[in-house]
Design a protein around this ligand. Structure first.
Ligand SMILES: Cc1cc2nc3c(=O)[nH]c(=O)nc-3n(C[C@H](O)[C@H](O)[C@H](O)COP(=O)(O)OP(=O)(O)OC[C@H]3O[C@@H](n4cnc5c(N)ncnc54)[C@H](O)[C@@H]3O)c2cc1C
Length: 278
């Protein structure tokens, strides 16, 4: 059966009664089917206008789950979102960015999902809604493994909530692939650095993707950067030991050793990009 609810209320009740798979932009959903026909009910949520768009509230920014990557790129946002915007430009091609949604990227939970490191670095939370109510989870707790999330089958990811705490931090996203465009990453890094009035790092957040089953924050490095001069040379403070939380694998795209090396270089470059004079 195919359902296309018009309201969030209708959507969560459809899911509660019939179950089935959620369909948003379909850019992960359809490729995952391969040659197989759809064998479960489908709840197409693409008509839920209330889940689209980005709004700036008093203490957070709310990104509706159906917001596309093109909308992320187009929406004027504070500098801490520059990394997310760069990641959005890296998701497939313009056609994919026009269809693919932020929630679809997070719920698909690929270790190589471009949206995850920038949102982890923004301390994002996800809002999950079911017929029974709403709950919020930190993104770091929502994605629990390779294509595994903490979402219950009757829940929809309705919004991503980003606290405005680091709003004026500078941020950067770097992705390394075997070619420049339309590529699954070998490693990727998102960084955000906030400087205090004296030009020192007041807060830093760094997340690495494609180098573990789930993207990871480098908490030890973040702590070590606080108090350092927020200027050229900051990247040199990142050392191989700071990447110990990562567990890259060998696969067709790269060896684990290469990924490790590449991740360190990307971390250093991303930090430099955050303190570069503009
Ligand atoms: C050619 C091509 C290139 C690509 N390149 C990249 C790339 O470079 N980087 C990258 O990160 N991704 C890439 N992708 C993957 C994809 O485009 C993104 O992950 C996109 O953001 C998925 O969003 P969607 O709306 O299309 O999700 P869908 O395909 O509709 O759904 C994906 C999964 O999430 C579930 N889901 C969707 N929305 C919700 C919701 N609101 N609540 C709960 N569950 C939900 C669905 O049930 C499904 O399991 C590419 C895809 C293609 C086809």
């Amino acid at each position: 059966m195919y359902y296309r609810p018009r309201t969030l209320h209708e959507a969560v009740h459809t899911l509660a009664i019939h179950g089935g798979q959620i369909l948003s932009g379909g850019t992960d959903f359809f490729p995952a089917l391969g040659e197989r026909p759809v064998s479960t009910p489908v709840v197409d949520i693409s008509a839920l206008a209330e889940m689209r768009g980005i709004s700036i509230e008093s203490d957070h920014v709310r990104i509706g789950g159906l917001t596309t990557w093109s909308e992320v790129i187009r929406t004027p946002l504070p500098p801490c979102f520059d990394a997310l915007k760069s990641a959005a430009r890296e998701v497939g091609s313009v056609q994919i960015q026009n269809r693919g949604t932020v929630a679809g990227n997070l719920c698909n939970a690929s270790p190589a999902a471009d949206g995850v490191p920038p949102l982890l670095a923004l301390d994002a939370e996800v809002e999950l809604v079911s017929a029974g109510g709403m709950r919020r989870l930190p993104l770091a707790e929502f994605i629990v493994g390779n294509r595994k999330t903490a979402r219950r089958p009757d829940e929809m990811l309705v919004s991503v909530i980003v606290p405005r705490e680091l709003e004026h931090a500078r941020s950067a996203f770097l992705k390394l692939g075997a070619r420049r465009y339309l590529v699954i990453s070998i490693a990727m890094v998102a960084a955000a650095v906030k400087a205090d009035g004296a030009g020192r790092v007041a807060a830093a957040r760094i997340a690495v993707g494609s180098c573990s089953v789930t993207a990871r924050r480098l908490l030890e490095l973040e702590a070590d950067l606080v108090g350092a001069r927020s200027s050229a040379g900051l990247g040199a403070l990142a050392s191989p030991e700071h990447l110990q939380r990562l567990s890259p694998i060998d696969d067709v795209r790269a060896t684990a050793a290469y990924r490790h090396d590449a991740a360190l270089t990307l971390v250093r470059r991303a930090l430099e990009a955050c303190v570069e004079k503009r």
